[in-house]
Design a protein. Structure first.
Length: 298
């Protein structure tokens, strides 16, 4: 009975792996990875880890409206609404490193290099007899450093199918994203604090032999993640003019309130040799995509 169940789970792992490999190359993603596999096999063991990974992530920042009065360039008071909306695409190449001591929550740091594309839409709705400003532009950033860290905890751990380990745990991760871009006279800057809370379950060291000469050791996992952003952005169009050709520069600066993004993820680690492994992950929900990792436990 145990052997049959093991074959079924291994087969499902193979299906997940094939599905990941068939994903299109421009899907977005942000990966929590199989953080449960970073804990040592023995409850009293000690291990260190380092993971290199690349990811692509798309976040829709919903329509946000701010209403306020202001004195315009002609000295008249106007009441207007500033409305912003954007789709932010972040690409990241970097690494994660840390240490684990038995079942004590592990700590890790994140460092790397990011790029951003922001499809930004801004509208300034004015009172009657006044001009309305509306602009949409794609801002592309050349690159910026990304720093962060996190903590992961294993909440349940048990041996199943003789040599496999089933575990459940949570991961809390933080990243700092600070970037700016220009397009002609337009400029955009943003400082974001990204917070991710993930809950996952993992099965480690499952054997799968898709053909006689190929034997794989897999660690499939899956779970859900909540992503939240805290930050501020600035948009400026200093070259804007009113209907009479008079200078009427636009300057917008506000805190961002994009709400929570809920995403589900499935993935697997594939042992390459000894402590070296390849990680593949696909995601669906508010954010869709994939991530690729190359890691080492030692």
């Amino acid at each position: 009975m145990r052997a049959d169940a093991g074959k079924i789970i291994a087969g499902l792992s193979g299906v997940i792996l094939l599905a990941i490999l068939m994903l299109p190359g421009k899907c977005p993603a942000a990966s929590p990875g199989n953080f449960l596999a970073l804990f040592p096999d023995a409850p009293g063991g000690v291990s260190s880890f380092m993971t290199l990974y690349t990811e692509r992530q798309v976040n829709d920042f919903a329509r946000q409206r701010e209403r306020r009065p202001e004195i315009d360039s002609q000295g008249e008071e106007r009441h207007y609404s500033e409305i912003r909306q954007s789709e932010n695409t972040f690409s990241f190449d970097g690494g994660k490193a840390g240490a684990a001591f038995g079942r004590v929550p592990l700590l890790y740091v994140i460092a790397g290099y990011g790029q951003a594309e922001v499809d930004f839409s801004f509208t300034d709705e004015l009172t009657e007899n006044k001009e309305e400003y509306s602009r949409q532009a794609m801002f592309e950033n050349d690159g910026f450093p990304v720093f962060g860290g996190g903590i992961a905890a294993m909440m349940f751990d048990a041996t199943v199918f003789e040599n496999s380990r089933f575990s459940i745990g949570g991961d809390l991760q933080y990243r700092w994203l600070d970037f700016s871009a220009e397009k002609g006279a337009l400029s955009y800057t943003s400082t974001l604090h990204e917070i991710q809370l993930s809950i996952a379950a993992s099965l480690e060291d499952l054997q799968w032999r898709p053909m006689d000469l190929l034997k794989l050791k897999l660690s499939p996992y899956g779970g859900a993640k909540i992503m939240h952003f805290i930050g501020e952005e600035t948009f400026a169009d200093p070259a804007n003019t009113d209907a009479h050709g008079n200078p009427d520069p636009i300057y917008y600066s506000e805190d961002l309130e994009p709400g929570n993004h809920v995403t589900f993820f499935l993935g697997t680690n594939i042992e390459i040799t000894g402590p070296l492994f390849l990680g593949l992950e696909t995601r669906f929900g508010d954010d869709e995509g994939y991530a690729v990792q190359l890691g080492c436990n030692f």
